[in-house]
Design a protein around this ligand. Sequence first.
Ligand SMILES: [Zn+2]
Length: 293
Amino acid sequence: VTVACPLCGAGAEPVLSAPDRLGVASGVFEIHRCRGCGQVFTWPIASDAELSAYYPPDYWGERDEPEPSWIARNQREKTELVSRVRPQGGRLLDVGCGAGYFLRALAADRWDRQGVEISSAGASAAERHIGPGRVHVGRLLEAGLQESSFDVVTFWASLEHMPNPQENLVIARDILVDSGLVIVQVPNFDSYQARYFGPDWFALDLPRHRFHFTVATLTKLLKRAGFEVQRVGYRSPNHDPHALKHSLKSRWFGSALGRVAYYGAAPFLGAVDWIAGGATLTVIAEKTGDRTT
Ligand SMILES: [Zn+2]
């Protein structure tokens, strides 16, 4: 069977195969890399209906209701980044907003907050907190948002879930004002964690993650959608130690010695990740005059 790249149509080669680490889907899933554009993707490409069965009920955090102080702490990495790049605030759309933790943590006096969320449970939880009419249930492609109506569009750990990341970035560009910013945070397939753990890497999240990005492939995608990359970050204090912890468990928990090693290493995971260089890409890109798709 010839595997074709969903982005450019060129042939692709297998990179690795791995099971669902959350144990929801059975079987083994393959990851392929395009020989043309270099994009890495999960194969076969599952339909939305197939994939929706593979999300555990609390995947997006819509089940429990955490304290506002926990949300503020948990989201600080993102709210501080957004405040640094746009201290004056503005109109912001969070694509794949889940239960709206990030939107809730944004200062409501400076930010006009809206979200898009495919899970109706997540969307209604988000809407309860940030106000009626502010969360669009469904896909960004069908939300019918007005052109040039946002200053910032964010994709926090959501672009890798979508079957058509290119189209989503093009829409993000269209709904942004000139010089508006898109912020994309995804697991880094070029990271030490991805290389070291391979099929055991927790952030592969097969089959829920359909695309696996590197700084090169994400930059290419953003350029084609009409963005210019301004800044790239490689570390996430929220995601990286968490992914390292679960990857080590997958790798080491098979033996008693491994368990001892894991509990010995556990207190140092944050420091180890920081020194090793992180496992998450956070890219800030500005809408430019032209696009090529
Ligand atoms: Zn390709």
